[in-house]
Design a protein around this ligand. Structure first.
Ligand code: HEC
Ligand code: HEC
Length: 214
């Protein structure tokens, strides 16, 4: 039998990895680990990339951790429905996009102006809320697209609501509906980093030429 020694070695190395991870990150005092967002790199972390276009693309790659996060993606679907959860399943109850000729439900019938925590048992712990709750139009759909496609679409004033790069930065850095993704209510994982950190990355991406993935 050769299986036993191999798995014993593997178990030992996994234990070392686990100890190293605890030593490196610890656990923030008082923070609920299940609701903590993973960190985002800062623009300074990319300063060693001397080629400006390469640096810009690397920064976009970091920004894409936010863009492709379920909290953003669920409101930027490509189909007729917004989606829910970390697995981007179709919104329950079924909700349609008015743009494609359907009757669009009034979101505010269920989504109030703030996150609403449920106290009765349900498959979800809260109903998300915001005064302008709604989902992005088809021209701003991100689901099912490559990062390159999303990047070029973000810069396309015909698709992005007429935003130049400065307005795009302002939207990501300060819009409070975008900001909901970092304060998504009980039972939902927030987007990585913080809205301010995402804003800094977008500014650094613009300053380095706003290059898109090849
Ligand atoms: C009949 C009630 C109802 C209506 C109307 C409704 N929603 Fe929802 N929605 C919910 C509930 C309940 C949840 C929480 C379910 C969960 O998290 O599993 C939810 C969750 C969501 C989420 C998931 C957020 C996330 O990241 O998990 C999105 C996005 C969403 N709704 C968008 C919309 C939009 C846009 C509209 C209007 C076009 C709308 N909803 C109308 C009940 C409704
Ligand atoms: C509750 C739904 C909702 C969530 C959550 C959401 N968005 Fe949006 N987003 C919208 C709507 C609606 C629009 C269109 C309104 C507008 O143009 O101002 C939009 C437009 C945008 C635009 C404009 C340009 C374009 O081409 O898409 C950007 C950029 C954007 N969102 C980024 C984000 C990011 C980043 C996140 C997550 C951190 C996010 N959004 C989360 C609903 C949402």
């Amino acid at each position: 039998m050769t299986g036993a020694p191999i798995s014993a070695t593997r178990a030992a190395s996994l234990a070392i990895v686990a100890v190293a991870a605890i030593a490196a990150f610890g656990r923030p005092v008082g923070a609920d680990p299940s609701s903590a967002s993973p960190p985002l790199k800062s623009p300074a972390d990319f300063s060693s990339i001397s080629n400006t276009s390469e640096r810009s693309r690397a920064i976009f790659d970091e920004i894409s951790k936010v863009i492709t996060h379920p909290r953003c993606m669920n409101c930027h679907p490509a189909g007729d429905h917004p989606t829910q959860g970390d697995d981007l399943h179709e919104h329950m109850p079924p909700i349609w996009r008015a743009e494609t000729g359907h009757f669009e439900a009034n979101c505010s019938g269920c989504h109030s102006s703030r996150n609403f925590t449920l106290h009765e048992p349900a498959s979800y712990r809260s109903i998300p809320g915001h005064p302008r709750w709604g989902f992005a139009p088809m021209s701003m759909a991100w689901q099912g697209k490559s990062l390159g496609e999303i990047c070029r679409q973000l810069k396309d004033v015909q698709a992005n609501g007429g935003r130049d790069l400065a307005a795009l930065h302002e939207h990501i850095a300060t819009d409070d509906l975008v900001g909901w993704a970092w304060n998504p209510g009980e039972g939902r994982k927030p987007a990585p980093g913080s809205q301010a950190a995402a804003g800094e990355l977008v500014q650094a991406w613009i300053d380095s030429g706003a290059e898109c993935p090849r």
